[in-house]
Every structure is written in C-alpha cells, then in structure tokens.
Design a binder for this molecule. Structure first.
Ligand code: NAD
Length: 414
C-alpha cells in the first residue's frame, strides 16, 4: 500500500461508504471538504526570553447537525491534513452517537514534553485567543486530546472568558469539575467501551461471566475498560502498557495490577503472570480484545493471528484498513472506535448541556444517560451492519452519513 496521509484515508473511507449506500453525489462532494480550516501562527515568549512562533490549526468539517465539536492536540507531528481528517472522523463520531454536533479538530505543532508549564500556558492562551473568533458554545466546542487535559481546558475557558468579558464555561469540555466539568467524564470512555462490549456480547452470544478479556494499554481508557469489563463479570487475562504486557490464564485483578503499576511504574513484572511483548499479548487466547493504546496496532501482519471473537476499539484507529478486511473475512467482529470509544464525547456533550443550563447532575444521572445513549447508538449501528452485511465500521459510517445527509437536505444545502 502506498503511504497515504490521514486526509486521503478519510476520503477513501467516505468513497467506500458512498458506494455501498448509494450516496447523493452532491452530498458526497460537500462532505469531502472541511467547511473551514484556520491556520494560526502564535508567538510565545519562551523562558529564555526569546520569542518562538508555533503553528496551530482548527478544522471545522460539517455543522449540519449542530455546532462543531472536537479535541485539540499538542504534538510535534501535527499536520493540517491530520487535523482535517480527524475533524471528518469527529463528524462521524458525533453523528453515530446521535449528538447534536458536527465534527472539528485542532492541533498545535509543538513538543510539550520539552516545554515548561509556563511556556505551555502561554502557548495555550495564545492559540485559543487566536481561534477565539471561530469557537464558542454555539459555534465550536473544543476539548482535550493528545497531550492536553483538564489543565489546558481551564486555561482555554479562562482565556475565552476574558475575550468575552464574562464566564463562558460551555466553550470547552473536559474541564476540572470546579469550573463546570462533568461528573463521570474521567471514566466515561472506558465505561462506554464496556457498555458497547456488553451489547455486542448479547448479539454474538458471548456469555460475559465466562468471557476472557485482553486489554492493550493501561492508561485512562484501558484501565477503565478493564475495570468495567471486570465488573460485568469478565475475566481479565492480559493487560499492557508502553513497557510490555502481562498474561495470566487464571485471571488478573484490575485493582491489584493498578496498584502494582502505581508502585513500579509499569504492569510488567506483576507476580503470578507471564511477561511478554505488546505484540505477543495481542495474539493470546481471549474472547474479547480491547486495543486501548495507540493507532495501527492490528495490521495485515498480525490480523490473522488474533484469537479474539470480538474487538472493542478503545483507542482511535488501532486497526488498519487492511487488517479490517482480514478480520471481517475471519468473522471477527470489530466494534469501531467511533462507536466503542464515543462514551467520551457523549459525556462531553452532557458537560456542555450542564454548562448551558448552569445546573449540574450527579454521577449516577450521567451514567444512566450515557448507558441509554450508547445502547441506542449501538443498536442503530448493529441494524445497519446486518442490513448491509459489511464491517461494523462501515455500518457506523453509513449511520453517521445518513444523519448528516438528512440534516443537510432538510436545511436545503443540496
Ligand atoms: P493514556 O495516555 O492515558 O494511556 C495510554 C496507555 O497506552 C498508557 O498506559 C501507555 O503506557 C500505553 N501505551 C503507550 N504505548 C504503548 C504501546 N506501544 N503498547 C501498549 N501500550 C502502550 O491515553 P488514553 O486517554 O487512555 O487514550 C488511549 C487511546 O484512546 C488513544 O488512542 C486516544 O485517542 C483514545 N481515546 C481516548 C479518549 C479519552 O477520553 N481519554 C476518548 C476517545 C479515544
């Protein structure tokens, strides 16, 4: 396969869906392009007194269903094409979950690991100020992503509020709870993975009380996915982090492994389990595999060695298109990232709703609403998957494109 940039990949996926669903060519044409991409150059005074200019982007793909929504990442490899592709995928993710949002994404080319907290704060405020005319609670609501979290969201919210002259908590999500963040946001993505896993297991006849689970990555998404799958009665037999994996047929206690990792910095070396590489872990015996670390982990090289019956994509983009085809032929069901990890953006939506109302919900209320929302989204995708007999990823995209297309039609865009 020749190297394609992420934007080309997003377009290829769109073309494939358009063919399967016989999409109106006018709608297809509009969906190929972000509505707007803003590029900003942000001067930042570094700690050594010198000015350094950082380049950042905000891509807003489609807002037929509602204001744009999507995270902002800080990474040295950010490109405009990557941000554009990610904004397209956000349009699909929001539409699959049934949220009243369109897709957006932002990114700044920088390496926060080599910057002081002060430099990161000045960059964050400068970047958000520079994009402030195209964001806001009714226009575009950013959130955290790679290398950005509650700390940056608080600075963004503060900077935007200064521009406006009053508090605007609904301008970003993923904020600390004290300034309008939502209860349940921290565990929401992993919980969503488990909820979609529970629904998929029902359809596939997998009995969760007897099911074994391997989780790649033991960070926010991986840990909470393992935690909630264990709560559903599954036996967690393998987990991993960047240093490697551990596997035990007898099963692992998520709580004990987490305590061990807290003490030693890694899951590797956990007693009563076999240490192995991340590559080996993916190929171990299990019923359910949850890649929850990085992109491109399941590829044409290992897809024929995967033993799981069901894959829940906690991470974004862990399966390559080539691997997707191999898994589909082998009858292994993949619940795609846009559905499996949409618990995060759905709870972000709840955060925004609470901000707009200035009325805050308990964690129980958030969890109950999240469960309902994801069950509905899963069943929608599952019906489409059965109807078209295609991969569940394509089915999810078809559901999403249908919703966006309908909104575009009734609004008279085509
Ligand atoms: P995180 O940084 O909290 O955790 C990542 C984990 O992956 C860490 O345990 C790290 O050690 C491990 N890891 C890194 N390299 C690895 C490797 N080569 N092999 C195995 N493990 C490795 O990040 P996160 O927030 O849990 O995000 C994980 C994935 O989920 C990303 O793809 C992210 O885009 C996606 N995601 C996250 C959220 C969210 O709400 N946090 C929402 C949707 C999607």
């Amino acid at each position: 396969m020749p190297e394609r940039n992420p934007y080309q990949m997003a377009l290829e996926q769109l073309d494939k869906c358009a063919k399967i669903m016989n999409l109106d060519p006018n709608i297809h044409e509009i969906l190929k392009y972000p509505k707007r991409v803003l590029c900003v150059n942000v001067p930042v005074r570094m700690d050594n007194g010198k000015i350094k200019v950082f380049t950042g982007f905000r891509s807003q793909h489609n807002d037929a269903l509602g204001p744009f929504k999507g995270g902002i990442r800080y990474h040295p490899n950010v490109t405009m094409e990557e941000v554009m592709a990610l904004s397209i995928w956000m349009t699909w993710k929001c539409a699959v979950a049934g949220l009243p949002y369109g897709g957006a994404k932002g990114g700044v080319i920088c390496n926060p690991k080599e910057m002081s907290v002060g430099e990161i704060e000045r960059l964050s405020r400068g970047y958000f100020h520079a994009i402030s005319s195209i964001v806001g609670p009714d226009i575009d609501i950013p959130a955290g992503d790679v290398n950005t979290s509650g700390r940056e969201m608080a600075w963004f919210m503060d900077e935007y509020s200064k521009v406006k002259g009053y508090n605007v908590p609904g301008t970003v999500t993923g904020k600390p709870i004290i300034i309008g963040g939502s209860e349940g946001r921290v565990e929401a993505t992993g919980m969503g993975v488990a909820i979609t896993g529970r629904e998929a297991a029902k359809k596939l006849g997998i009995e969760l009380k007897k099911a074994t689970v391997v989780v790649q990555g033991f960070g926010n998404v991986g840990y909470y996915s393992a935690y909630f799958m264990e709560k559903l009665g599954c036996k967690i037999v393998g987990v991993s982090d960047s240093r490697g994996g551990i596997y035990s047929k007898k099963g692992l206690s998520v709580e004990h492994v987490s305590k061990f990792k807290e003490k030693t910095g890694s899951v590797v070396g956990y007693p009563d389990a076999e240490d192995m590489t991340n590559e080996q872990l993916l190929e171990q015996e299990c019923d359910i595999l949850i890649p929850a670390a990085l992109e491109n982990q399941i590829t044409e090289k290992n897809a024929d060695k995967i033993k799981a019956r069901l894959i829940l994509e906690g991470a974004n983009g862990p399966t390559t298109p080539e691997a997707d085809e191999i898994l589909f032929k082998r009858g292994i069901v993949v619940v795609p990232d846009v559905l499996a990890n949409s618990g995060g953006v759905s709870t972000s939506y709840f955060e925004w709703v609470q901000n707009l109302q200035n009325y805050y919900w308990s964690k129980e209320e958030v969890i109950e609403k999240l469960d309902k929302l994801l069950v509905k989204a899963f069943n929608n995708v599952y019906e489409t998957y059965k109807k078209y007999g295609t991969e569940m990823r394509m089915a999810a995209y078809i559901c999403a494109i249908n919703r966006v297309a309908e909104a575009m039609k009734v609004r008279g865009w085509v």
